[in-house]
Design a protein around this ligand. Structure first.
Ligand code: AMP
Ligand code: GLY
Length: 431
């Protein structure tokens, strides 16, 4: 089987790494790929936003399947263009990807489908802002949640107890011509669950947890994601089934009833609050860096699964096999990320990191004069597995610390609490 993957980040490297492990291994092509991907796939010169070049490439390669990784080409209509040209595509149409591209439309779909989510108000003009904040947070006793309505690479959301900061962010978004979604604050741990859909049927992958804030202990600004782990030993039993029943199936059915079949990954970002599960956001693609840990644990072959979804042939019985191991990833980010990421710094120590038992996924890298350099905010995603979360996280962390990139930063607390809680629980059981 021949597969073309569109994208250049850590998520696409992880997808390709997992596809390369299938037996028989598919023939893999990437556009544009990155230096890590180039070790596993043939990379082609077509930018993530150049839909014409993607169609020309697919016409020339004639792959059995095209997988579109990032949200930008999906929202721009890459899947539509490729399908019109006769290709089999894993990834939603532009119309379906609006679920990620517009938070206010996602809210409308959730309301119509009866999906539990935070109460919200959409604000399109400055004078609606204060009344909106008063309505969503009348007692000002919990943080304000202010979201840019459109795509913002995970950086459009501000959660703050400071009303002035909430207003400043909202005004900045409005001034730039966007609209703003004000949301009720959701307490409780977050879960990312990827649900594969063929337009009708839905198959969930294993839940993961992402760490959105830049710094340890959830301090600092929101980012695209600084680390992730799977499984979630603390998660309630039957979580995936509950998400399927209350969130994924009703959403896919609502879209289908509007003539918008969703083919691809419905990423359900959830908060498990004291009042029950709520959707924080939908994305129309695999999450990054959660994919790095979820696919690391997937023991079933990936290519047939994506192909079945793309062809509308997922079966309800699709029963996936998962490794018992835990997987943890730590993201190494460049100096200045997320505010203003610096590029072009040399990266060394990847071999040393891999000798410590981790593998290193490339997220924002490039080669310059034959040397590997940073080329983006999130540069590498260091993945390790272990018999439990503690083993996986300590391996991922020491491997990350073996890598040299001037000015870089990473979190040291990815999966720390879950690992400690799991250890305490097993000691209690053995006592
Ligand atoms: P989003 O881009 O909507 O996923 O938001 C990014 C991050 O902001 C989420 O992963 C949460 O950590 C936080 N966040 C978003 N919405 C809320 C909310 N309603 N309550 C609390 N935190 C939120
Ligand atoms: N890690 C969050 C995302 O992919 O949107």
């Amino acid at each position: 089987m021949k597969i073309l993957i569109i994208g250049s980040g850590g998520r696409e490297h992880a997808i390709i790494r997992r596809l390369a492990a299938d037996s028989p291994a598919p023939e893999l092509h990437a556009a544009p790929g990155n230096p890590g991907i180039a070790q596993l796939a043939t990379c082609h010169d077509a930018a993530v936003t150049d839909l014409d070049a993607q169609v020309r490439l697919a016409d020339r390669l004639q792959p059995d399947l095209v997988v579109i990784g990032p949200e930008a080409p999906l929202v721009a209509g890459a899947a539509d263009r490729l399908r019109e040209a006769g290709h089999t595509v894993f990834g939603p149409s532009a119309a379906a990807a609006v679920l990620e591209g517009s938070k206010s439309w996602a809210k409308e779909i959730m309301a119509a489908a009866g999906v539990p989510t935070a109460a919200s108000v959409t604000v399109t003009a400055r004078e609606q802002l204060e009344p909106g904040l008063d309505r969503i947070n009348p007692l000002a006793d919990v943080p304000y949640v202010v979201k840019a309505d459109g795509l913002a690479a995970g950086k459009g959301v501000v959660v703050t107890e400071d009303r002035t900061a909430a207003i400043t962010h909202a005004v900045a978004v409005l001034t730039a011509g966007g609209s703003v979604v004000l949301e009720e604050f959701l307490d409780g741990p977050e879960v990312s669950l990827f649900c594969l859909s063929d337009g009708t049927r839905v198959v969930p992958l294993a839940p993961a947890q992402d760490f959105k804030r830049a710094l340890d202990d959830d301090e600092g600004p929101n980012t695209g994601g600084m680390g992730a782990y799977s499984p979630l030993p603390w998660a309630p039993e039957g979580l995936a089934e509950e998400v399927l029943e209350k969130v994924a199936r009703p959403t896919i059915a609502e879209l289908a009833s509007r003539g918008i079949p969703f083919v691809g990954v419905l990423y359900c970002g959830l908060a498990l609050t004291s009042r029950g599960m709520r959707v924080i956001e939908f994305n129309a693609r695999f999450g990054d860096p959660e994919t790095q840990v979820v696919l690391e644990r997937l023991a079933s072959p990936l290519a047939p699964l994506l192909l079945d979804a793309a062809r509308g042939e997922l079966t309800a019985e699709t029963d996936l096999a998962w490794s018992e191991d835990s997987a943890v990833t730590v993201v190494l980010a460049s100096a200045g990320y997320p505010a203003a990421a610096r590029s072009g710094d040399p990266i060394t120590g990847i071999d040393a990191a891999e000798q410590l038992g981790a593998h290193v996924i490339h997220a924002g890298t490039a080669t310059m004069d034959g040397a590997l350099v940073s080329a983006g905010g999130r540069v590498l995603s260091v993945v390790a597995t272990g018999e439990d979360l503690e083993a996986a996280r300590s391996r991922a962390l020491s491997a990350t610390e073996a890598i040299r990139l001037e000015g870089s930063h990473h979190r040291t607390d990815i999966a720390r609490r879950a690992a400690a809680d799991a250890q305490a629980a097993s000691e209690e059981m053995n006592a």
